[in-house]
Design a protein around this ligand. Sequence first.
Ligand SMILES: Nc1ncnc2c1ncn2[C@@H]1O[C@H](COP(=O)(O)OP(=O)(O)OP(=O)(O)O)[C@@H](O)[C@H]1O
Length: 425
Amino acid sequence: MSTVALKEVTKIWPDGTTAVDNVSLDVQDGEFMVLLGPSGCGKSTVLRMIAGLEDPTRGDILLNGEPVLELPPRDRSIAMVFQDFALYPHMTVSENIGFPLKLSGIEPAPRQERVDAIAGALGIGEVLARRPSQLSGGQRQRVAMGRAMVRRPGIFLMDEPLSNLDSGLRAELRAEITSMTRELGVTTMYVTHDQAEALTMADRVAIMRKGVLQDVGTPTEVYRRPATLYVAAFLGSPKMNLLEAAVYVHLDRYIALSFGEQTLYMPWNDPRARAVARYHGERIVVGIRAEALTPVTPDTQGHVFQGRIRYLEHHGHESLAYLDIGATAIVVDEMSGPVTETRTGGGFRKALQRLTGQAPEPVAPQGRVGVLSEVGKHHRKPAELAVRLAPYPAIGSGHPLAVSVRMEAVHFFDERGDRIDVGWR
Ligand SMILES: Nc1ncnc2c1ncn2[C@@H]1O[C@H](COP(=O)(O)OP(=O)(O)OP(=O)(O)O)[C@@H](O)[C@H]1O
């Protein structure tokens, strides 16, 4: 049984950089947890603190329910594989893998048995007699993993182990790593900035931005129901369409979402209507993935955007059309300030006041600014709505195109970047 728990862990470097900001995370026994985020968001620092290579500034780390901050790295039953692994050049593959067992005094026969088993699982049983210089990059990485796994650690930490390999090999090793760790039942934390890697490998994904944990969930959960605007923007290809909309409530009838030249009407019986209604008279961000948009004939009624194709991108199995619909897009900067900030206005109060016809009281900004105010002018641009089409369509740039919007697949975020429909997961 091997579990990892971070309790409100913060790491501030001596120069004042906050690398990890109040992160709490539970990794279950046997789980494959992927830490995902852009370069510099604090992923490696989290792993290094778990391994005992760095001390947190605040907070606690528990392995198997026991606090371990006082334990040196060697007593934590952890193995770690890095991007830049080093093998012993003068030893064979077999000796490299068996070396940790030799250090712990295990006899040659049982040692070889374990080396053979792990090498077989990693597909390097044929090259045990070779030296590292006689191996491909992928084989060398497998040897490094074998050497880390051979001691049968309770917890396996991997920091971008595939980033030096070409894309074909990465895909192959991804599948091998997940099947091997699942077979062995070892609890694994895997760091990557590659969302495809995260979504294909993880039991659960923890997404970080600027040291702050944004969301934790299964790949399906974080993709289908992202907790924040940042997660919505970070996951998926093509990127989620993020459109600025003004909200107007027509009580008991519908909510009009105005995108400038076009409007979508959310019926009042939509389960999210009351949550969105709190933003009456305010701007929100509406997220629509390409797969929630379907080309339709121009006279189609209902939730439809009328657009004009700006350009097409052909990807072989599909083409993507980017439509001008007269709306404004919000561009979320991966590296810009934290999004979990204090709301600047009393949206519900203001909405009520407007509905009852009274002028709202001026609301002084409280705390720090939210995403929309943070991004300012430079991060708004005319929207180019990404829509999936069959490969090489007969239409081209400048062609009008109507698309219907699957409203139940639309996401709503407030000015802080938090999801509007609460109680959603
Ligand atoms: N020893 C250190 N001293 C000072 N700052 C550091 C140190 N190590 C890392 N940092 C800073 O801490 C922050 C988080 O770094 P970390 O390496 O954890 O990020 P990461 O998400 O793993 O990035 P990458 O994917 O590029 O490795 C960064 O701003 C980094 O510059």
